[in-house]
Unconditional design. Structure first.
Length: 192
């Protein structure tokens, strides 16, 4: 008896979820299809029943991971007053918890350099999702896309550097300094 469409969709979601976690933690090139399938509790042979190739999975995993980041940040800020939502987002994004929780954190600091050398399909999906993330942040900074892009770039760079150093005090200082300046950036009311 063939599997139902609902079952196939649930299996596909498990695979995408496994890939999103693995890519966030280890990057794209370091993760194989068998590792992803094992992480989903499945055998390697079933992969091609759901995806044409790894690139298709990478694109879907990027979409899922950025969607999860937006949901997480929205949830962290949802009960805050409008003027403090962005402050909460900055505090969460540049926290040690977010820095250390690779498999659940934002993919931007982890995958951007790999994505820049990936297929056009992956880059297209990544661009769409980054644009959605810019729009999400822009809504908290007076619908100012330029300020949103500058803020995201600053936070992503800070998180990347804080993860890259092997000195815990320096890592914390990068997060703290970046938090202060990110909050200053969003409090500036002038147009870019």
């Amino acid at each position: 008896m063939p599997y139902t469409q609902t079952h196939k969709m649930k299996v596909r979601e498990k695979i995408v979820g496994s890939a999103a976690e693995a890519f966030r933690k280890n990057g794209i090139k370091e993760v194989s299809v068998p590792q992803i399938m094992k992480g989903a509790g499945l055998t390697h042979g079933g992969f091609y029943a759901h995806f044409a190739n790894k690139d298709q999975l990478v694109a879907e995993a990027c979409r899922k991971a950025l969607e999860e980041t937006i949901d997480l940040l929205r949830s962290a800020a949802e009960h805050k007053a409008d003027d403090s939502k962005i402050q909460t987002v900055i505090d969460y994004y540049l926290s040690t918890a977010h820095r250390d929780m690779l498999e659940k954190s934002c993919i931007l600091p982890t995958l951007s350099s790999e994505i820049s050398r990936s297929s056009e399909d992956i880059r297209e999906t990544f661009t769409e999702e980054l644009t959605r993330f810019i729009s999400f942040i822009s809504g908290m900074v007076g619908n100012n896309d330029q300020k949103s892009m500058a803020l995201i770039s600053s936070m992503v760079g800070a998180l990347l550097l804080a993860r890259s150093v092997n000195d815990s005090e320096l890592s914390q200082n990068i997060l703290d300094a970046s938090k202060r300046y990110a909050k200053e950036l969003v409090s500036i009311h002038t147009s870019f």
